[in-house]
Design a binder for this molecule. Structure first.
Ligand code: COA
Length: 387
């Protein structure tokens, strides 16, 4: 690797049910990223940009890259749209880091966006389904909540676990979301509220699911050697990993193992020459509570079946020995599909600069983000360290 990449600026809109349309969201997130650069960054210095979006609801399904160029004021800059379902943001960040590492670009913008709440509920179901397996899962009527509900049933059965671990994930992530002014849900919930919430896909209830959210996030990356021209506190990208797996879960040998995540984390650790031990906190893809447990196991931070106990014991709380999703995760912060992977890196940017306010993790020095597409079909893992 010739040039290491550093994040020098980051912007984020509120996530939730918003009045703003896609263009206004992109403008707000990218303006925020430029405004956050301590010593300023000139838009004319940007040499490349990436836009992560599914195009939910059919918004500008073709050529949305040009919209990012317009809204971010990047006249003439090449923009590439990245679509890997819910992992679009993680893969767009990966492409941006590669553009810096190639030595060909000095400043790269990556933005993630989704506008999800302005469609009818029938169209919402359709657009949530487009990233699922059409041959089996969708034709059998399975939504993503349905697929993850099956995985949750299998997990609870295989490890003779109760629903307490799923409930603990929801309570923890709502607790963290309550401290995040950008979160879709900024309210704490009790275990009883989660337990008694309406069933969505048994054993998953309302509070086991991420919501349908609008929002955008953006990052500015520069080569590490030039990062201090922009800020005294850059956040370095130390390692990248990515992988893919079968689209349909029934093609997999083990329902409770996401191969894409396993390949991605191995590659990320190898490329960073890092070990799990030094990582201060994780941002994992908790689209459903079961997904956070599976992520902890696939990422190698818990043995198979042990993530449940680890979560119930409070080890993944903000005050635990391995905080997970200090921003509230997809569960409470929200999940505007293309924005989520970029938003995870935004949280890392704040935490590693000790700028996360009341949800700051003390002594945060290294972090890992994990962004998944669909039910484990694709995954991107990124490792970071403080400047
Ligand atoms: N967690 C907690 N509360 C939620 C929620 C969630 N995930 N989703 C909605 N709510 C709340 C709303 O704020 C609203 O509260 P209010 O009555 O106090 O205003 C209430 O529940 C009803 O909201 P509504 O939007 O009508 O819910 P819904 O029943 O149409 O949708 C889900 C709920 C869980 C089905 C929907 O959020 C969903 O499909 N989530 C999964 C999205 C997904 O699959 N993403 C891709 C992942 S791979």
């Amino acid at each position: 690797m010739g040039h290491r990449a550093a994040i020098v600026g980051a912007g984020h809109t509120r996530f939730g049910v918003l009045e703003d349309g896609p263009r206004a969201l992109l403008r707000a997130a990218t303006d925020g990223a430029f405004a956050s650069v301590d010593r300023g960054a000139d838009r004319s210095a940007v040499g490349e940009a990436y836009l992560a979006t599914l195009g939910f609801g059919g918004w500008q399904i073709g050529n949305s890259s040009a919209v990012l160029a317009e809204e971010a004021g990047l006249e003439g800059v090449p923009v590439t749209r990245v679509e890997n379902a819910c992992a679009s943001g993680g893969f767009a960040l990966r492409a941006a880091v590669r553009a810096i590492e190639s030595g060909q670009r000095d400043l790269v913008l990556v933005a993630g966006l989704e506008k999800m709440t302005d469609v009818t509920s029938a169209r919402r179901r359709y657009w949530l389904g487009v990233s699922g397996d059409t041959e089996w899962e969708r034709s059998a009527g399975l939504t993503f909540a349905g697929v993850y509900g099956l995985l949750a049933s299998r997990y609870l059965h295989q490890y003779a676990a109760g629903a307490d671990a799923l409930i603990a994930v929801a309570v923890k992530n709502h607790e963290n979301g309550a401290l995040n002014p950008n979160a879709h849900f900024q309210k704490r919930v009790t275990p009883e509220t989660v337990r008694s919430s309406p069933r969505v896909a048994d054993p998953l209830g309302l509070y086991d699911c991420c919501p349908v959210s609008d929002g955008a996030a953006a990052l500015l990356l520069a080569p590490s050697g030039e990062a201090r021209r922009y800020t005294d506190s850059p956040v370095y990208v130390d390692g990248l990993g990515a992988g893919s797996d079968s689209l349909a879960v029934q093609e997999r040998a083990d329902l409770l193992r996401f191969g894409a995540t396993r390949w991605a984390v191995d590659e990320a650790l190898h490329s960073a020459r890092a070990e799990r031990r030094g990582i201060s906190f994780l941002e994992v893809h908790d689209c459903f509570t079961i997904a956070e447990l599976l992520a902890l196991e696939d990422l190698g931070f818990a043995e198979p079946g042990q993530a449940a106990e680890m979560t119930i014991a409070g080890r993944t709380a903000r005050t635990g020995d391995l905080p997970v999703n200090p921003d509230g995760g997809l569960k409470a912060k929200g999940h505007p599909i293309g924005a989520s992977g970029v938003s995870q890196a935004y949280e890392v940017f704040l935490q590693l600069r000790q700028a996360a306010g009341p949800r700051q993790i003390p002594h945060a020095e290294r972090a890992l983000t994990h962004n998944v597409g669909g039910a484990g079909a694709t995954a991107a893992v990124t490792l970071y360290s403080a400047g």
